[in-house]
Design a protein around this ligand. Structure first.
Ligand code: ADP
Ligand code: ZN
Length: 711
């Protein structure tokens, strides 16, 4: 086992294996197939990457998403591991280069989508080199029961026969047994080992609050740490747009993401978030697939998710780096009825029942009087034993005491009886609280003996009580009409032979929000950390990679805490392997000790390179090169291309304005019509174009281009 330990330290810079990693690696090295089920952030990648490094031949990695593959490959390359992606988006030259690296047996890991692997010509190439391992990442894609079924995954089993010597590992974060069964069946895993790890993400702080009117709650939460990355999930696109505008108006660095935006815009917003250039992503559930950003410090749900599985998946995007992260769920009673309304429309009775069931599980979580991990994990079939997890609002705040609510139960239930078991919860509460509304009066319910006997409690308190009665089985709700009925042993209750225990009101939660702010309990210098972050950003820009490819936040925090003085000290920091030590060691030592540090010295060389690159690219453009051509030639996205233009102007260059206008892609007519207006008012005027003139809607790139023209 020494060898894999060595790779863990030298290549990845980590001292210890996480639970199960060591056993999984050992199984693969012994050529035994494995099925690995581990939550997001559990550390699945190392399980096949370390054996890959130790195997003499190639490891193939099948993965469904190009963005994920590229991300992994960038990280591996930064660690000095020979890895490549093979896919159709490569240029012909790139493609040939990758193929020749395969032929020469230079590669350790080769990532590709299943479609690519199925191609006969690719199979022929691969059959000429030793393949030691086939990894099937996101293996739930093979199952129709999973959340993203990919039919191509079904063919992997046949292809496997072409590589009889290769050991096989399938990995997923989807826990349901049905999906597991499907994976085993469809992959023909034989004599394999199964590793299922706990789904408890210990570093996620779980908090639920009732949503108040306005957004003050949310704003005060993120206001505490505006410089950290976070995701805010909302129910509707409209809500996303409104909230984004509000946040931007308040000076937060926020962008929107939802299916209503143009593909390009969406992609660009995502990219800016991943690169730490924008801190907050306000999104619908469309956002998150394939996001590998490790330093998301909080996930806020502005509305109630429709089931615990999606909730778990969404909060799972926080804290992948293992540092503490905060999950805040805001909900209102109304959310429940909103979702119920949607469920009511479902035609298929079986699906409808399942949806109600999901909603109930969600409510059990949202209204849990005890540790939130109990309902969350029990949903995944796991029994949470601990008495106090220390990482949820209910465990952190002092435990709420149950009270005797027998009298309340008697009042509530007798009111149901008096009104003939015909009414829903709202009406029952109205009668209890002595409301004088039309419905009460017309039914003559103000004449009942139970009328007004529950005035001492608020409507909200009664709603909460009614849920507890439901949960304790004292009453049920008619499936169709929602009218409340008695059930269970109510005779004993009325005779006073039975006690009911519960909670009168959810405590006002005053949990502090410092969890995410402080990166857990680590004591570190903020000042150094900020310096490291800034340095990392600049390096990342120069290398065109996301910042986390250089070092994770966790690594930076540790540096800012231990303040290593030498290369040897640095190597002891988690996340610093040999390759990164060689590449960035000196730079980060300087940054840590800030010896009269001048940020420009750090990237002097790259700044120069960048400068000449700004110039080269901008001048080619001015001389008539098509933007598409430039993007292909230099492997750039539009944002980057525009960035070079901006850089060039900052260096004192001038851009060909007519060509920039062409690049803008705006209707020439419309543009002409407002030209005068913008010239007069400046670009600020854009958001305030008077009626009668065409209204311009511009994305970020276009805004920058306008800046170049009018700037
Ligand atoms: P998953 O694929 O299961 O979501 P990853 O493989 O992306 O998780 O790992 C999550 C994070 O944990 C990564 O930043 C990874 O480098 C880190 N990690 C994995 N194994 C270890 C370990 N043994 N020690 C420290 N960090 C680790
Ligand atoms: Zn808890």
């Amino acid at each position: 086992m020494k060898r894999s330990q060595g790779v863990l330290k030298d290549v990845f810079g980590y001292d210890q294996f996480r639970p199960m990693q060591e056993e999984i690696i050992q199984s693969l090295l012994n050529r035994q197939d494995c099925l690995v089920i581990m939550p997001t952030g559990g550390g699945k990648s190392l399980c096949y990457q370390i054996p890959a490094i130790l195997f003499p031949g190639l490891t193939l990695v099948i993965s469904p998403l190009i963005s994920l593959m590229q991300d992994q490959v960038q990280q591996l390359q930064a660690q000095g591991v020979a890895a490549e992606v093979l896919n159709s988006s490569l240029t012909a030259k790139e493609y040939r280069r990758v193929l020749s690296r395969i032929y020469n047996n230079e590669l350790v890991l080769l990532y590709m989508a299943p479609e690519t692997l199925m191609k006969e010509n690719i199979l022929e190439v691969l059959n000429q080199v030793p393949v030691d391992c086939i990894t099937i990442d996101e293996a739930h894609c093979i199952s129709e029961w999973g959340h993203d079924f990919r039919p191509e995954y079904r063919s992997i089993a046949q292809v496997r026969q072409r590589f009889p010597k290769a050991v096989c590992i399938a990995l997923t974060a989807t826990a349901t047994e049905r999906v597991q069964g499907d994976i085993q069946k469809n992959l023909n895993l034989e004599d394999h080992k199964i590793f299922i790890s706990s789904f408890d993400r210990k570093n996620l702080f779980l908090q639920v609050e009732e949503r108040q009117k306005g957004n003050n709650q949310l704003l005060s939460f993120i206001g505490d740490f505006p410089q950290l990355s976070g995701i805010i999930y909302c129910f509707s696109r409209k809500r996303v747009d409104e909230l984004t505008a509000q946040l931007q108006g308040l000076g937060f660095s926020a962008l929107a993401y939802h299916a209503g935006l143009a593909d390009k815009q969406r992609q660009e917003n995502q990219e800016l978030f991943i690169r730490d250039e924008v801190q907050i992503m306000v999104a619908t559930i469309a956002f998150g697939m394939g996001i590998n950003k490790p330093n998301v410090r909080y996930v806020i749900h502005h509305d109630l998710p429709k089931n615990l599985e999606s909730y778990y998946q969404q909060i799972g995007r926080a804290g992948r780096d293992g540092l503490d992260a905060h999950c805040l769920l805001l909900y209102k009673d109304g959310d429940r009825s909103k979702i119920r309304y949607f469920i009511d429309q479902i035609q298929d009775p079986q699906q409808q029942r399942a949806a109600y069931d999901h909603l109930e599980h969600m409510m059990d979580f949202a209204e849990a009087p005890h540790c939130r991990r109990i309902p969350l994990l029990s949903y995944f079939g796991e029994h949470f034993e601990q008495d106090n997890c220390g990482m949820c609002d209910n465990c952190q705040g002092k435990k709420r005491l149950q009270q005797d609510i027998t009298v309340e139960a008697q009042k509530f239930l007798s009111c149901i009886v008096r009104t003939g078991e015909l009414f829903g919860v709202n009406h029952i509460i109205d009668v209890l609280r002595g409301a004088k509304n039309e419905k009460v009066l017309s039914k003559e319910h103000h004449k009942l003996s139970t009328y007004g006997i529950g005035k001492d409690l608020s409507k909200k308190q009664w709603v909460l009580l009614s849920r507890q009665f439901l949960r304790q089985g004292l009453i049920t709700a008619d499936e169709k009409y929602g009218s409340l009925l008695l059930s269970g042993n109510t005779g004993a209750l009325f005779r006073g032979e039975m006690k009911v225990m519960g909670y009168l009101m959810q405590d006002k939660l005053k949990t502090n929000t410092s969890k995410a702010k402080d990166y857990g309990d680590i004591d570190y210098s903020r000042e150094i950390f900020e310096r490291l972050r800034q340095g990392r950003r600049e390096l990342a820009m120069a290398e065109s990679v996301p910042p986390y490819v250089i070092f994770s936040d966790k690594t930076l925090v540790e540096m800012a805490s231990k303040k290593p003085r030498s290369r040897v000290d640095l190597l002891a920091i988690s996340g610093v392997g040999l390759k990164k030590l060689e590449k960035y060691g000196e730079t980060f030592l300087k940054l840590i000790h800030g010896e009269a540090y001048d940020p420009s010295s750090l990237i002097k060389k790259t700044e120069e390179e960048k400068r000449s690159r700004n110039q080269i690219i901008a001048e080619e453009f001015n001389q008539g090169a098509a933007p598409g051509e430039l993007m292909e030639k230099y492997n750039l996205k539009m944002t980057r291309l525009v960035g070079y233009f901006e850089g060039y102007i900052q260096e004192g260059g001038t851009m060909d304005k007519q060509r920039i206008r062409d690049l803008l892609g705006l209707e020439e007519e419309a543009f002409k019509a407002i030209d005068g207006f913008i010239t007069e008012k400046g670009l600020h005027g854009l958001s305030n174009i008077p009626q009668g003139l065409p209204q311009l809607k511009v994305n970020r790139n276009q805004q920058k281009l306008l800046q170049i023209i009018y700037g």
